[in-house]
Design a protein around this ligand. Structure first.
Ligand SMILES: O=C(O)[C@@H](CO)OP(=O)(O)O
Ligand SMILES: [Mg+2]
Length: 443
């Protein structure tokens, strides 16, 4: 098949799930096929993320407009990329990096770059008449082939991911009701993806019922759809989720388990080198005391995964945390690694964590996202593909997780449509894969 080329790009400003402007890009192929992508946006963003360019004009969406980034797509990126082969994602992304020319993508904006990068992959798929996950899987297999024999142990996909789903929200996603950001469930006993989703919906309803029974807020939800009750302390959120599992007839630790996103960067006080539990009126504690607290939770609750247990630059603490818990639970670096291969390489060296959260907009191009996935896989770090707290109907990460056999996906809860766009997309992919659908089990 003659390779389709890029005819043009059209960018516009649309809104995300928090009603904040974000970048949407249409990539038009020489065949006339169109690929579209919308860029997500975080709230609990790390310092090391690529830069999201916002206008800063107080008269337009209170300064949050992205008209500059949209303008860069039309003025700078479109003319430079026109005529390039759509299948050569690596060349497209390399050109994007060259056009921007800064280490943090601050000139054109990571939101401009990512919108283009993802839209191009969709246009390439559309031009071939393929589903996005099929095209992305070809890119993934291409990367594995280039690696040679080292790639033999790496899952070539496509593989359905196990969802890690938010039940109770806190921190920056729910108005500071709790210090920790997410208490999530993983339906580890599910037989396939659709069964996993059914278990999640049952547990989500059960958490609402447990909260209502105890006279706690059981209706209002946070940015990612988790319930946002004001609780006695952070630990009460774990108790409630375990009770909900039991109410569903699931055995905690066997059928379903807990994952936590502590998001501790956001309550770390660098001036005092301490973690401050201000929302639940608790103490300020040291990095060592955080490790003790997390270890005691692992002892007493069916916790199998902890994200950002320590802050983004607490490297020494991360190494200790990994010594203490790395043999028992998954320790995910989100703010710590920011989907940046250079930071992951540093973590591998320092034996910090054993898993990485993969967020496309933390790094800003599809190729660099694949780089981070590959580096993780080669070093035994588990990848978890993740949405942001600000999302849209764009479901690219569902296709990406399947295509790269990431094994796990974190999207948020089942009660908000921008999350369901991804869960439902995964249902369609599972159906399309049919008998061939493999499901990633983790235990
Ligand atoms: O911390 C996180 O993992 C994400 C998604 O849950 O939040 P945000 O997009 O606000 O950074
Ligand atoms: Mg996180």
């Amino acid at each position: 098949m003659a390779t389709a080329t890029l005819r043009g790009l059209k960018a516009r400003q649309v809104l995300d799930s928090r009603g904040r402007p974000t970048v949407e890009v249409d990539a038009i192929a020489s065949t006339g096929a169109v690929g579209r992508a919308i860029v997500p946006s975080g709230a609990s963003t790390g310092r090391h993320e690529a830069l999201e360019l916002r206008d800063g004009d107080p008269k337009h969406y209170g300064g949050l407009g992205v008209r500059k980034a949209v303008g860069h797509v039309a003025a700078t990126i479109a003319p430079a990329l026109a005529g390039m082969g759509l299948d050569d994602q690596a060349a497209i992304d390399a050109r994007l990096l060259e056009l921007d020319g800064t280490p943090n993508k601050g000139r054109l904006g990571a939101n401009a770059l990512l919108g283009v990068s993802l839209a191009v992959s969709h246009a390439a798929a559309a031009a071939r008449g393929e589903e996005p996950y099929v095209h992305l899987n070809r890119l993934w297999r291409g990367r594995l082939a280039a690696l040679g024999p080292d790639a033999a142990a790496i899952d070539a996909g496509p593989t359905m991911p196990l969802p890690m789903v938010n039940m109770i929200s806190g921190g920056l996603h729910a108005g500071g009701n709790l210090d920790i950001q997410d208490v999530l469930v993983m339906p580890i006993g599910a037989k396939d993806y659709s069964h996993a989703l059914e278990m999640i919906v049952a547990m989500y309803r059960a958490v609402g019922a447990v909260l209502a029974e105890r006279g706690l807020e059981s209706v209002l939800v946070g940015d990612e759809g988790g319930y946002g009750p004001k609780l006695r302390d952070n630990e009460q959120a774990l108790e409630i989720v375990v009770d909900a599992m039991v109410a569903c007839g699931f055995e905690p630790g066997r059928d379903a388990a807990i994952a936590l996103d502590i998001a501790s960067t956001h309550f770390f006080d660098p001036a005092r080198s301490s973690y401050s539990f201000a929302n639940t009126k608790g103490a300020s504690i040291s990095s060592d005391a955080m490790i003790e607290m997390l270890s005691s939770w692992v002892e007493r609750y069916p916790v199998i995964s902890i994200e950002d247990g320590l802050a983004e630059d607490d490297w020494a603490g991360w190494t200790k945390l990994t010594q203490a818990l790395g043999g028992k639970v998954q320790l995910i670096g989100d703010d710590l690694f920011a989907t940046q291969s250079a930071r992951l390489a540093k973590g591998i060296e320092a034996k910090a964590g054993n898993a990485i959260l993969i967020k496309v907009n933390q790094v800003g191009t599809l190729s660099e996202t694949l780089d981070a996935l590959l580096l993780a896989r080669r070093n035994g770090y588990r990848p978890v593909v993740s949405a942001r707290s600000g999302e849209t109907e764009d479901a690219t990460i569902a296709d990406l997780a399947v295509a790269t056999a990431a094994g796990q996906i974190k999207i948020g809860s089942v009660a908000r449509s921008e999350r369901l766009a991804k869960y439902n997309r995964l249902l369609r992919i599972e159906e399309a894969l049919g008998e061939a659908a493999r499901f990633a089990k983790i235990r």
